[in-house]
Design a protein around this ligand. Structure first.
Ligand code: PAF
Length: 278
């Protein structure tokens, strides 16, 4: 596996490989099996696989979250070698942002709800870095996990808006044996928090099955009530939203597909998850 820290070196190498199909997995490091699954899928579908590790400061609305974001580049590199990554791009902040970024994207209604509403500027920061990474790597396919379902929708919208030629591949959320969605933030949970964290997925999954007997608002209320039983949880939001524009669903008949989304704090760690209802 080749490791590059500069844009020029990365471009030069990838240029020398032109003609090979290239799959790309952008990450912020602190890799887990969820990331490795994306890399494995990219490995199956492409002749060349590139991964980036860059903790993108402009997508963090909370400075403490940025500061505490886990960083373990050597461990990450070893994991990536074990799943057959060819190129690892690990720029530092000055390489990616030689000057401050002023681009403002309008992703429409998708960015106005849930993560977009709770984390001002977050999706703009994601859009800026993902576009830059696509311009540097120029992949044919890029792989993203469905745990960040709204991010995936924003990136699809970015690609559509800018007519980028990359194909976006969404991949299933990978879970721990107890159901907790894998996330780099899980390693910041205390033992007590980690022990109760799977209750988020359990509540979503339990009530998502009851579409025939519950309205969207009663499903949401039941989940909120269930999660309130756990004193370590502080709910940021529970939403039932359609699978295209991610707008709140008030009647099942109004949507062709819907998911239930959760953002929950355990201490100062904020976890998100989602489950498809139909
Ligand atoms: O999902 C992530 O890890 C990040 O938001 C991404 C897509 C790598 C952009 O920084």
């Amino acid at each position: 596996m080749l490791i590059f820290k500069t844009i020029n070196e990365t471009r030069e190498f990838l240029c020398s490989q032109k003609g090979k199909s290239l799959g790309f997995v952008p990450t912020m490091g602190a890799l887990h099996q969820g990331h490795l699954d994306l890399v494995r899928k990219a490995r199956q579908e492409n002749e060349l696989v590139a991964v980036s590790i860059f903790v993108n400061p402009i997508q963090f609305n909370n400075p403490e979250d940025l500061e505490k974001y886990p960083r373990m580049p050597e461990l990450d590199a070893n994991m990536l070698r074990s799943v057959g990554c060819d190129v690892l791009f690990m720029p530092d902040v000055s390489e990616m942002y030689p000057q401050p970024e002023s681009t403002v994207y309008d992703f429409g209604p998708i960015e106005k709800v849930m993560e977009g509403a709770a984390r001002p500027g977050h999706f703009n920061g994601v859009g800026i870095v993902v576009r830059k990474l696509f311009e540097i790597i120029e992949p044919q396919k890029a792989y993203f996990g469905e745990k960040d379902f709204q991010q995936l929708a924003v990136i699809r919208e970015l690609v559509r808006k800018l007519s980028l030629s990359v194909q976006i591949v969404g991949c299933d959320t990978v879970r721990e044996p107890d159901g907790l969605a894998m996330s780099s933030r899980n390693m910041r949970l205390t033992d007590n928090e980690r022990a109760v964290a799977p209750k988020i997925y359990q509540a979503l999954q339990t009530y998502a099955r009851h579409k025939e007997t519950l309205t969207p608002s009663s499903m949401k209320n039941s989940i909120v009530k269930e999660l309130h039983n756990e004193p370590l949880f502080r709910i940021d939001y529970i939403e039932i939203a359609d699978d295209t524009y991610l707008q709140p669903v008030s009647r099942w008949a109004d949507a062709s597909g819907a998911l239930v989304f959760a953002a929950v704090f355990l201490g100062n760690v904020r976890l998100i998850d989602n489950v498809r209802i139909f």
